[in-house]
Design a protein around this ligand. Structure first.
Ligand SMILES: Cc1cc2nc3c(=O)[nH]c(=O)nc-3n(C[C@H](O)[C@H](O)[C@H](O)COP(=O)(O)O)c2cc1C
Length: 491
């Protein structure tokens, strides 16, 4: 009895202590809030005003589950993401009852099905396509859908491993991004596109210039099939970057060719390329040293420079041309970039892709230079529309991130990615098991290819690259659609 009494006494003293401590904390916060002068809401609504920050933060995670409609969120809505998740899991990709897609907004693509679609037995998947006929080692690319540039550093080791294994199983290429070539890119045995960014990571000398010796070593790796020179990317045209010292681990330093523990700066442009002449000289040099096909990646804004470039190619001879151009959309993704560049600089792919294709046609270079399109082409309809506009290949980064399990938590720049994809926190990486996710990468690539094919067959076309602008209509401001070849007439 006496013992029970002392328990009740202890518990009640504890309760009084907790309530007292809580009151004290509230009083302290109250005083801090009313006396501080930086935050209006906290000054006007002491203590309760603080919940605003908590809810704002939590809202990022919970909106998508409780409030957002299927077609509402950005950059990708639930319907777009769910399609990738289902494709990656190999789940049933059919939907019931009818479309939830509003067909009225301007820009919506509508494909023109034909009365006599292709019979299954008369169709074929996209055929392999040769890139770089004048390189010592041309590349016959097998897959029409491929993994867009994302560096090891932006991505975690298990994410790169899953992409590498999955890409080998699906037969697509994996682009290294600008952070150099890591053993994890190669481990799965897939085809690799080596990207050279403005800091020339992986192929630079001590001063940050291109090193022919290092480039030769990269070119000697059989798995490296092509080299992409990055002029710009959609999310941050004209922006370099700084890799903070704490991120420059011994491993990253070795892969990138920089000093361990020291911050590294990427210039906002290749210091040695400032004209069409420089660009073609650099492409020639890289192709000559590496032996591999070479192209460049850019987001298009101003476009007069393309005329200059194509005229210079025709002056030098078509061998001098880049073997491919990767056209990235102004609304492309990245690990981290200023909002002004992410939002408002660079043309979206819907405009830039037909523009580039038409300029290539005008200069008689369409057959010589392959066109790769990227930027929110994560679902079959968007990818098929890009093929109608004239793309030869589709690249996607965020599509494959969703296949890896990305939940669009928008934390790629914080090292706190809850799905282990863009974090170097080992605890968070634990959830991403490469063997399992590699299978998802494979299924996503295969299902995307198949469903692009399904759209093509419905339009009476036997294989995806047979899609033309007249197979797609684009909804206009007044809600009516116009054929793409009327909006962008063939040159
Ligand atoms: C995490 C992340 C890292 C990226 N890193 C690079 C890079 O190193 N080099 C590059 O050219 N593009 C990079 N990108 C851009 C993508 O390659 C791609 O061009 C862009 O995201 C548009 O494709 P998407 O809409 O399919 O993601 C990155 C994108 C993401 C999301």
């Amino acid at each position: 009895m006496e013992q029970a009494f002392s328990w009740v006494q202890a518990l009640s003293s504890f309760f009084v202590f907790v309530v007292g401590a809580l009151l004290l904390v509230i009083i302290v916060l109250f005083v801090i809030d009313v006396t501080q002068t930086k935050h209006t809401v906290r000054r006007n609504f002491p203590v309760v005003g603080r919940f605003r920050y908590v809810f704002e933060h939590m809202g990022e995670f919970f909106r998508q589950y409780f409030f957002a409609l299927d077609r509402e969120e950005m950059p990708f809505n639930r319907a777009q993401r769910s399609w990738v998740y289902r494709a990656a899991k190999g789940a049933d990709s059919t939907v019931a009852f009818g479309s939830t897609l509003n067909l009225s907004p301007a820009g919506t693509p509508i494909f023109v099905n034909c009365p006599y679609p292709m019979l299954e037995e008369d169709t074929s998947p996209a055929l392999p396509l040769l890139i770089g006929p004048y390189a010592r080692m041309p590349y016959e690319a097998q897959s029409i859908v491929n993994v867009s540039a994302m560096s090891y550093g932006a991505l975690s080791k298990p994410a790169v491993l899953a992409l590498s294994h999955g890409s080998r199983m699906a037969g697509n290429w994996l682009n290294t991004g600008e952070g150099g070539l890591s053993p994890w890119h190669l481990e799965g045995g897939c085809d690799v596109v080596f990207q050279i960014g403005t800091a020339k990571y992986g192929v630079r000398d001590d001063s940050g210039s291109l090193s022919d010796d290092k480039l030769r070593e990269v070119g000697e790796i059989e798995q490296v099939r092509m080299i992409e020179l990055k002029l710009s990317q959609g999310a941050k045209p004209g922006k370099g970057g700084i890799l903070p010292a704490e991120k420059v681990t011994a491993e990253i330093a070795k892969i990138r060719g920089i000093k361990s523990g020291e911050a590294s700066i990427s210039p906002n442009r290749h210091p040695d390329i400032e004209s069409a002449v420089d660009l073609l000289d650099m492409i020639h040099r890289i192709r000559d040293v590496s032996g591999k096909p070479v192209g460049f990646k850019a987001v298009i804004g101003a476009y007069g420079w393309l005329d200059e470039l194509f005229e210079e190619i025709n002056r030098r001879g078509i061998e001098s041309a880049p073997d491919f151009i990767t056209v990235d959309s102004g609304d492309g993704g990245t690990g981290a970039a200023p909002m002004s560049l992410i939002d408002n600089v660079g043309l979206p792919i819907k405009e830039s892709l037909p523009l580039v294709v038409d300029m290539l046609c005008k200069h008689g270079l369409r057959e010589r230079i392959r066109v790769i399109a990227s930027g929110k082409l994560i679902n079959p309809a968007d990818a098929a529309a890009a093929l109608c506009a004239g793309a030869d290949f589709i690249n996607t980064a965020r599509g494959f991130m969703f296949a890896l399990g990305c939940i669009q938590a928008l934390q790629c720049n914080k090292n706190t990615c809850p799905t282990g994809i863009t974090t170097h926190n080992k605890r968070l990486q634990r959830g991403l098991v490469p063997e399992n996710k590699a299978k998802r990468v494979q299924r996503y690539a295969e299902t995307l290819r198949n469903e692009i094919g399904t759209i093509a067959h419905s339009c009476g076309v036997a294989e995806p690259r047979g899609l033309r602008r007249y197979h797609c209509r684009i909804v206009q401001d007044d809600g009516r659609s116009l054929p793409m070849d009327e909006i962008y007439p063939y040159v």
